[in-house]
Design a protein around this ligand. Structure first.
Ligand code: IPM
Ligand code: MN
Length: 360
């Protein structure tokens, strides 16, 4: 049976990078993928047409597909829209409704790109770390929240909440990934000041008993931010909560030279033999360069590669895509965000798509 992929390009450069990735799907279909895809709206693009960033109909389609590919959401155009209808609410809604609790964000430095990093070559060369971010809990979803009037002026509240089962299941994902990598997990929280940090550390320690062959280290989040730029190669898998994971993964992404290179996978719990998966680049919608055919489509194309590996069970096609990306970079082709000197060839988003497709 064909796999069903729902493509949600979203806003800004999301549209361009999703278009190039669709072309990759078509190419892979000639090589045994057997996928059908359908495009629909999410984020600001959906708000403009439907008055909401995620419609029931799209959510239903998402539930009926085998995997979702998302471009990016957001842009200053929607700054004045109320929070529940802003583009980001569409993405958060998908994560919550599909219970996509595990967000895998690899930070991998390609040989050919080591000079695109702002860090010294020997700090980042051969870097390969995986950040596992909890994605459906914590302060992004905790209640109560809101802004209220008080006798003392306005008051804003966000609430950080974690249940033990949420920590246990994300820790299992991290230990499991580490067992296929370098057998080390760094669990990151603020147990020195936060109750959720204390519980986080306790639960991870307990879960670790099932994975005693993995080295477990605990690290405070502020220290982790510092260690990521000081000596990132000390890490293998980092597991952390929603907020810290959001921050630390942007930081780790930049070690690799450009946010334009980094894919991500958001995986759900296994239910009835099915596990929802949403695949998206780590970068945002970059309104400043949107519509100019300048964006780097590689992060989205590599997100498709993660989909092939984690959701559609096509590891050989996943490798093909990764190899094509490696090849194109070693041949010196670069979009603007990773262009560093005149020995390289500066190409557009669509040209980068052409070049990768030719090599698959
Ligand atoms: C990300 C993004 C989102 C987040 C936004 C767009 C809601 O920054 O995926 O990291 O904060 O999770
Ligand atoms: Mn983010």
């Amino acid at each position: 049976m064909s796999s069903k992929i729902l493509v949600l390009p979203g806003d800004g450069i999301g549209v361009e990078v999703a278009d190039q990735t669709i072309r990759v799907i078509e190419k892979l279909n000639e090589q045994g993928l057997d996928a059908i895809y359908e495009k629909d709206l999410v984020g600001g693009a959906s708000y403009d047409v439907n008055g909401e960033p995620l419609t029931e109909a799209v959510l239903e389609k998402a539930k009926n597909s085998d995997a979702i590919l998302l471009g990016a959401v957001g842009g200053s155009k929607w700054d004045d829209v109320e929070r529940s209808k802003r583009p980001e609410a569409g993405l958060l809604g998908l994560r919550k409704e599909l219970e996509l609790f595990a967000n895998l964000r690899p930070a991998l430095v390609f040989d050919a790109l080591v000079d695109a990093s702002t860090l010294k070559n020997d700090v980042v060369n051969n870097l390969d770390i995986m950040i596992v971010r909890e994605l459906t809990g914590g302060v992004y979803f905790g209640q109560p929240r809101g802004i209220e009037d008080t006798s003392n002026g306005k008051k804003a509240i966000d609430t950080q909440v974690y249940h033990d089962y949420e920590i246990d299941r994300i820790a299992r994902v991290a230990f499991d990934l580490a067992s296929k990598r370098n057998n080390k997990v760094t669990s990151v929280e603020k147990a020195n000041v936060m109750e959720t940090g204390v519980l986080w550390r306790e639960v991870v320690k307990e879960t670790h008993k099932d994975f005693s062959y993995i080295t477990l280290e605990n690290m405070l989040a502020d220290n982790c931010a510092m260690q990521l730029v000081r000596n990132p190669k000390q890490f293998d898998v980092i597991v952390t909560d929603n907020l810290f994971g959001d921050l630390l993964s942007d930081c780790a992404a930049m070690l690799t030279g450009s946010l334009g290179m980094l894919p991500s996978a958001s995986l759900g719990a296994e239910k009835n033999g099915k596990r929802y998966g949403l695949f998206e680049p780590v970068h945002g919608s970059a309104p400043d360069i949107a519509g100019q055919d300048k964006a780097n489509p590689i992060a989205t194309i590599l997100s498709l590669s993660m989909m092939l590996k984690y959701n559609l069970n096509k590891p050989e096609l996943s490798n093909k895509v990764e190899n094509a990306v490696q090849q194109i970079l070693s041949e010196g082709y670069r979009t603007g965000d990773i262009y560093t000197d005149e020995t390289q060839t500066l190409v557009s988003c669509s040209k980068m798509g052409d070049l990768i497709i030719e090599r698959i």
